[in-house]
Ligand binder design. Structure first.
Ligand code: PDD
Length: 283
C-alpha cells in the first residue's frame, strides 16, 4: 500500500522513522482513525477538531492546515483505492509525533520537526455473525491515566486490557473507574434501560467518540429517548442492551458480559433500529 510520511507518498516498505523519534522513545504523539465510505471521508471536520484538541492537549502545534489535511487524506485514499472493494470503504490512520531529539530527554526539544504519518486500509464487510449473535465483553479496572480525552499513541494500558479480554474469549474490555463504566479499550459504550439510550457524559477520563456523538445526534433526530448519564457497574450488569461504538466497528451489540447474558442474550431491538439509522446516515 501507499503511505504518507513527512511530505511524501511512498510504498509502505520504504517508510522509515528514526529510532530517536519521540513517538518511538516516549509514545509522545497523537493519532486519529477516520473512516471513508465510498471514498468520502466520514465526519472529517469532527475528526480534525478532535485531532486539534489532542494536539492542544500535548502542547504540540498542528503541522498542517485543515485544507492540507483534507488534500493529503483524499490523495492517500485515491492511491489505495485499488486495494479496497467495489464499495471503496477505507479507514485512514494518521499519527503525529513530536519528532526526533538529538538525545533522549523528557523535556521537549527546543526545535520541533513533527513526524507526520498516514496510511489507509480497506474496511472489511461487517461480519454477519456479529450482527446475529453480538459479541462478548468483560469488565476490567480502568488502569489508564486521567487524560483519556487525548487520543494519544501511548496505548499500553489499552493493549494489555484488550489482550486480557481476548484471552477470556471476549471482543472488548469495558473499563470501570470508581464504580462507573466509562468506555471500552477501543470503543465507547451505551446501555439501554427501559427503552432509554444511556451513555456516559464526555469527561477527561474517556475519548469523545465521533461515532458516539453521531449515535446521540441520530437518537435526537429520531425522537428516541436518550440521556448522557453515569453508568454504575450494577446498571451495566442489569442493562437490557449494551453496545460498543467506534469508527471501525460502527455499533456492535454486546450480548454477554462477564460470562452472563445481557438482557435475553440476543442483540436488542433498540440496537437494531439505531444501526439502521446509522447505516442510512452513512450512505
Ligand atoms: N479507537 N474510546 C477509545 C479508547 C478508542 O480508542 C476509540 C476509537 C473510541 C471510539 O471513538 P470513535 O467513534 O471516534 O472511533 C472510544 C480507534 C478506532 C482505534 O484506536 O483504532
Amino acid at each position: 500500500s501507499t503511505v504518507y510520511l513527512n511530505g511524501r507518498f511512498m510504498p509502505i516498505e520504504e517508510a522509515c522513522v528514526s529510532v530517536t523519534d519521540r513517538g518511538f522513545l516516549f509514545g509522545d504523539g497523537v493519532y486519529e482513525v477516520i473512516p471513508a465510505y465510498g471514498g468520502r471521508l466520514f465526519r472529517l471536520p469532527h475528526h480534525l477538531q478532535r485531532l486539534q484538541d489532542s494536539l492542544d492537549g500535548i502542547k504540540l502545534s498542528n503541522p498542517l492546515s485543515e485544507l492540507e489535511w483534507m488534500e493529503l487524506l483524499e490523495n492517500l485514499l485515491q492511491k489505495n483505492q485499488h486495494r479496497a472493494g467495489v464499495n471503496n470503504d477505507q479507514s485512514v490512520y494518521l499519527q503525529i509525533t513530536r519528532g526526533t531529539s538529538s538525545k533522549r530527554d523528557h523535556n521537549f526539544p527546543a526545535e520541533i520537526h513533527h513526524t507526520v504519518y498516514a496510511c489507509s486500509n480497506p474496511i472489511p464487510e461487517p461480519d454477519p455473525t456479529i450482527e446475529h449473535n453480538g459479541v462478548a465483553a468483560i469488565t476490567l479496572d480502568d488502569i489508564r491515566w486521567s487524560w483519556c480525552n487525548i487520543k494519544a499513541i501511548t496505548l499500553l494500558p489499552n493493549v494489555l486490557l484488550r489482550q486480557q479480554a481476548g484471552e477470556r474469549g471476549a471482543a472488548e474490555a469495558i473499563l470501570i473507574r470508581d464504580g462507573y463504566a466509562i468506555e471500552a479499550s477501543s470503543s465507547n459504550i451505551f446501555i439501554v434501560r427501559d427503552g432509554n439510550i444511556i451513555t456516559p457524559p464526555n469527561s477527561p477520563v474517556m475519548l469523545p467518540g465521533i461515532t458516539r456523538d453521531l449515535v446521540l445526534e441520530l437518537a435526537e433526530q429520531q425522537g428516541h429517548a436518550y440521556r448522557e448519564d453515569n453508568i454504575t457497574e450494577e446498571a451495566l450488569h442489569s442493562a437490557d442492551e449494551i453496545w460498543i461504538t467506534s469508527s471501525t466497528r460502527e455499533i456492535v451489540p454486546v450480548t454477554r458480559l462477564d460470562d452472563a447474558p445481557v438482557g435475553n442474550g440476543l442483540p436488542g431491538p433498540v440496537w437494531k433500529t439505531m444501526l439502521a439509522h446509522y447505516r442510512r446516515y452513512k450512505d
